[in-house]
Ligand binder design. Structure first.
Ligand code: SAM
Length: 284
């Protein structure tokens, strides 16, 4: 008998991975958590039936969420990660000796504990002495925070279920307040390709653009996410990610990365025409 994991990317398009075995399944207060082993993508886990992280392509997502802002402002010292329960974003952040504090606010402790057990490739740095874990809603956490962080990374699920609040204007406004004068916000910005994802992409962009002096979008290729074409938002009070990138400073750090490089950094902000038009249409 063959076992397949299938995710509905639209009502008319599905994506499947052949599964060797299911290694874990539980229902938390917030969502259903499942772990599988596969030949093609190694161990992977899903929340409410949607792909989150797998061993094969996680480097793409985690390189791009972390190194783009870090190469834009190498003086980042205090970082807030919202979501990110698999630990991959924290793992990349801990590679910078210059970062002094990493607060991670994850709503679901069960995701973190399961990743520590089944996905150590991403959860391996959660014990770093600079990391503080908070198990609470990110929306609530940023409400009472003023001028504290140089960087906020929103490593969230989609805007359904517990992640919904992380796509609201109230949340982005509180992020703006929680950031220092040099602050940068990078958020999971959905995808331009399928209608439902493009709708969420536009909604998020409209809200962030209204609030931040600089608001851009950059792309990366994620084989296991719907259409494979995914985006992060880059919003900031001061830094432009293309004009202000510190190419030499970042390369002098000597960090070995498998996806990110400083040429790609600049190129990732060059968007296809239809994506530009979709983003520009939020002004109409
Ligand atoms: N790379 C992944 C993706 O985009 O598919 C996301 C990774 S990470 C597993 C997303 C995490 O966000 C989940 O563990 C989920 O529990 C957490 N999360 C969802 N809503 C949240 C909220 N309101 N506050 C804090 N964490 C939240």
């Amino acid at each position: 008998m063959e076992l397949w994991y299938t995710e509905e990317h639209t009502k008319n398009a599905k994506f499947s991975i052949k599964v060797e075995e299911q290694i874990h399944s539980e229902k938390s207060e917030f969502q259903k958590i499942d772990f599988f082993k596969s030949k093609e993508f190694g161990t992977f886990f899903t929340l409410d039936g949607l792909m989150m992280v797998n061993e094969k392509d996680e480097f793409i997502y985690h390189d791009m969420i972390v190194h783009v802002p870090m190469a834009t402002n190498p003086n980042i010292k205090r970082v807030l990660v919202i979501g990110g329960g698999d630990g991959g974003t924290v793992r990349e952040l801990t590679r910078y000796n210059t970062i002094e504090q990493i607060d991670m606010v994850e709503i679901d402790e069960k995701v973190v504990r399961a990743c520590e057990k089944y996905l150590p490739i991403t959860a391996c740095k959660l014990q770093d002495s600079r990391v503080n874990l908070y198990f609470q809603d990110g929306l609530e956490f940023v409400k009472n925070t003023d001028n504290v962080y140089d960087l906020i990374l929103v490593d969230s699920t989609d805007p359904i279920g517990p992640g919904e609040g992380l796509f609201t204007e109230e949340f982005y406004n509180n992020c703006l307040k929680a950031l220092s004068e040099e602050g940068i916000l990078v958020n999971q910005h959905e995808s331009p390709y399928y209608d439902r994802d493009a709708h969420e992409m536009k909604r998020a962009h409209r809200k962030i653009k209204k609030l931040f002096p600089i608001s851009k979008v950059y792309q990366f290729h994620m084989p296991t996410y719907p259409s494979g074409h995914w985006l992060f938002g880059f919003a900031s009070k001061k830094f432009d990610p293309v004009k202000d990138i510190k190419v030499k400073a970042w390369n002098d750090l000597g960090l070995k990365t498998k996806y990110y490089n400083t040429d790609l950094h600049v190129g990732s902000f060059a968007l296809p025409t239809y994506v530009r038009e979709l983003l520009e249409s939020v002004d109409e």
